[in-house]
Design a protein around this ligand. Structure first.
Ligand code: DHB
Length: 305
């Protein structure tokens, strides 16, 4: 009989395998997120939702870079009250459903996170790392005092796991991870996009309407692996690796760096959701070849050398 090597415990959530859909991909509808579940993803994270509806930035909001995408959508979302319907529907998914939350103050994070959990979210992921919307996202995640306040206040109200998605746009991500851990977070997602821009050489005009955006995809994978490695050295919390995972070998690299699971975003947006299956199969074959019984056995293994 084939043994199950792929299951992971992530801050109290049980995932059938260590792959997750990253926030921001395929939007906020339960229907499109449900289609991802069918492709084998171990968990789903929604696009970030806030207290009030937001239109986001005008087009263009995404441009292609050499090895990735630069995006600045401006956090478009219908607001948590409208989104609650989708959460209620997603409760029937048979994988953990995690709602990504942003706010313009600690109180807003608390209100949105509480509404999401009351509606049935299995966990929340605090977006303290969106690199280009003022007074939220990385403006919170780059400020240790504000970050700690947000995490602490959400933790006092929410009785489900609280994940915190960190920004790579800081001097020392391990220090920020330590602040996050001390404030009571249950897991850390590393990393969000890297601040970036692109300019049209004919017109001399920045390509994104917001000018500055966030770079994702294979271009940032080595940065993300380094961040996971540094965080693993400093804090005991489970880490979810995110940034440029395209195949099973990328995913395995994150696990070896210290991640307990990986999120996949840009590759799903570009190549479609079928990649979950091949990544899961590849990790399983790797473990089998190495004579290992569980994903857990390779988490952080690169630190032993
Ligand atoms: C957006 C939000 C993010 O957290 C991010 O990393 C990139 C883009 C957005 O909606 O613009």
């Amino acid at each position: 009989m084939e043994i199950n090597r792929l299951g992971v415990d992530l801050a109290g959530l049980r995932l059938a395998n260590p792959t997750m859909l990253a926030s921001g991909i395929l939007g906020l509808s339960a229907e499109s997120l449900g289609n991802i579940v069918k492709t084998g993803a171990g968990a789903i994270v929604t696009k970030s939702v806030g207290l009030k509806p937001r239109k986001g930035y005008p087009n263009p909001t995404v441009v292609q870079a050499s090895c990735g995408l630069i995006n600045a959508m401006g956090l478009p979302n219908p607001g948590i009250n409208e989104f609650i319907k989708e959460i209620r529907e997603a409760k029937n998914f048979d994988v953990p459903f995690i709602v990504s939350v942003y706010g313009f103050s600690a109180e807003e994070y608390v209100r949105v996170a509480k509404k999401a959990v009351d509606a049935g979210a299995d966990a929340v992921e605090l977006n303290v790392s969106c690199p280009h919307v003022g007074e939220t996202g990385s403006e919170i995640g780059q400020n240790p005092k504000l970050l700690a306040e947000v995490v602490r206040k959400v933790k006092t109200v929410v009785e489900k796991p609280v994940f915190v998605k960190l920004s790579p746009n800081v001097t020392n991500i391990a220090e920020i991870a330590e602040v996050t851990a001390k404030a009571g977070a249950d897991a850390i997602t590393a990393i969000n996009t890297v601040k970036a821009m692109a300019i049209d050489t004919e017109t001399a005009i920045p390509l994104l309407s917001n000018k500055i955006g966030g770079l994702s995809g294979p271009a940032i994978k080595p940065i993300a692996v380094r961040c996971v490695y540094e965080i693993h050295e400093r804090v005991k919390l489970p880490i979810i690796g995110c940034g440029g995972v395209t195949n099973w070998r990328d995913a395995t690299e994150f696990l070896l760096a210290g991640a307990s699971a990986v999120q996949i975003g840009t590759a799903v947006a570009i190549k479609g959701p079928n990649m979950f299956k091949s990544i899961i199969r590849g990790i399983n074959a790797y473990l089998k070849k190495k004579g290992l019984k569980s994903v857990k056995e390779i988490v952080g293994l690169s630190h032993c050398s």
